[in-house]
Design a binder for this molecule. Structure first.
Ligand SMILES: Cc1cc2nc3c(=O)[nH]c(=O)nc-3n(C[C@H](O)[C@H](O)[C@H](O)COP(=O)(O)OP(=O)(O)OC[C@H]3O[C@@H](n4cnc5c(N)ncnc54)[C@H](O)[C@@H]3O)c2cc1C
Length: 395
């Protein structure tokens, strides 16, 4: 029986909920804003399947493959503008739909509801595009995937690495027609902090928030990333991610799920057949042509992943990169985030302070002086990187 004594040992993947033959496991949110399994002990028959399916108690091992690394982006400007980074996910969607397969991915259908969905058509897949920076509800998704695979359908499952690992543990068998994509993830943020943030925004603007576009490419530009909040009167407000109070705390790892700080799937070899990331810092040949519309890092980790990439690459501009080149620019591909040292104090304050005061204390809301200091630091890092590049070029 699953018993969560150490919260860092539960990633909230819901594999246990899906596998339980008694349907006696439900997910319940804790005071930090993360969901954990709760067992109805009267119904539990102690079969142990929940422990067996847990991807943290039993790490999923990959079969050996020479991992390949690429920088790539979709040739279609239209798709690029509607995707988080290089629009590679969409090409995989088309690859599977052409085989009359089904797609499992994440949608946000209202302010608070981020969840997995099953889609059979391009139209249904549109809302799966773009990253939603909240932990998605899995519900009975793994059961549905199994059903589709048993019915001999091609399936593309895309989610965070722990969700992909959970699916493998749940299935406990290799299916030839299952393709997996993990989005390189640096963790999921707290729902209770998110709710407090939304309340603060609604009070500030005196309007109801109806949805959030976490990856808004304003005028088609990928960087810097913008977050756009949509209100019920049709208006919206956009800010750079680092100036969005909630995103800033998320990006600085202040209120991530405890298991994310110890993620065993933030590593190479990656868990999915393919992995997708933002290739921030990419400075190779594709950069000029891409015109800051979005470039993905693509990691191919299996024969199936290779087959899919070989098929879709004609619709991309791409070139291969070395592991060193990629890992130097994309840390989360191989390393989990570091735990914020004052996380416990943050949560004590969280329940006792108004949101704005909390943000000031934890530097989520910056004073003008802090903003200037941050800008100067950024410039110093850019200059340092340029000097390192010049020195390396001379050697
Ligand atoms: C929570 C989260 C954290 C991330 N952190 C990083 C990071 O630190 N560094 C980095 O380089 N990239 C990160 N990414 C990945 C990046 O944002 C893009 O998703 C990736 O580059 C794919 O872009 P695309 O243009 O090919 O696809 P898009 O068309 O944008 O497709 C988005 C894909 O993300 C999946 N997805 C969206 N929201 C969620 C969710 N909440 N949970 C699970 N899956 C979801 C969809 O199912 C879809 O497969 C993160 C993504 C998520 C969801």
């Amino acid at each position: 029986m699953i018993e969560i004594k150490d919260k860092s040992m539960c990633c909230g993947c819901e594999a246990c909920v899906n596998i339980c033959p008694q349907n006696c496991i439900t997910m319940k949110e804790d005071e930090e804003g993360f969901r954990y399994p709760q067992i109805n002990k009267e119904k539990c028959i102690n079969c142990g399947l929940c422990n067996k399916a847990c991807p943290l108690q039993n790490e999923v091992k990959k079969s050996k493959f020479m991992t390949k690394y690429y920088a790539a982006y979709n040739k279609s400007d239209k798709i690029l503008s509607k995707s988080s980074s290089g629009g590679m996910f969409w090409l995989l969607v088309k690859y599977i739909l052409e085989k009359r397969g089904v797609i499992y991915g994440v949608i946000q259908d209202s302010t608070y509801n981020v969840k997995f969905t099953r889609a059979k058509t391009e139209k249904e897949c549109i809302s799966i595009r773009k990253s939603k920076y909240l932990q998605a509800r899995v519900n009975d998704t793994y059961l549905k995937v199994k059903e589709d695979l048993k019915n001999n359908k091609y399936v593309l499952f895309s989610g965070t690495p722990c969700q992909v690992a959970a699916l493998y543990k749940f299935l406990d068998k290799d299916y030839e027609k299952l393709y997996t994509v993990d989005v390189v993830c640096h963790g999921v943020p707290s729902m209770s902090v998110y709710r407090k943030y939304i309340k603060y925004i609604e009070k500030k603007y005196k309007k109801r928030v109806i949805n959030i576009n976490w990856r808004d490419k304003i005028k088609g530009k990928w960087g810097p990333n913008h977050v756009t909040i949509l209100f019920d009167d049709g208006s919206s407000v956009s800010t750079i991610s680092l100036n969005n109070l909630f995103q800033r705390g998320f990006l600085y790892n202040i209120y991530l799920r405890p298991s994310c700080y110890k993620c065993i799937y933030a590593k190479i070899p990656r868990i999915g057949d393919l992995s997708l990331a933002d290739f921030w810092g990419y400075d190779g040949n594709l950069k000029k042509k891409n015109k800051n519309k979005g470039i993905s890092a693509v990691i191919v980790s299996s024969k199936k992943g290779e087959k899919a990439f070989e098929e879709i690459k004609k619709d991309t501009n791409y070139h291969s990169v070395s592991k060193e080149y990629l890992t130097l620019r994309s840390r989360h591909v191989y390393i989990h985030p570091e735990e914020y040292k004052n996380r416990n104090q943050f949560y004590r304050d969280f329940y006792n302070m108004p949101y704005e005061k909390l943000c000031k204390k934890y530097k989520l809301k910056l004073s003008l002086l802090d903003k200037q200091k941050e800008q100067i630091n950024k410039w110093l890092i850019t200059i340092k990187n340029k000097i390192v590049k010049i020195v390396k070029g001379r050697k």
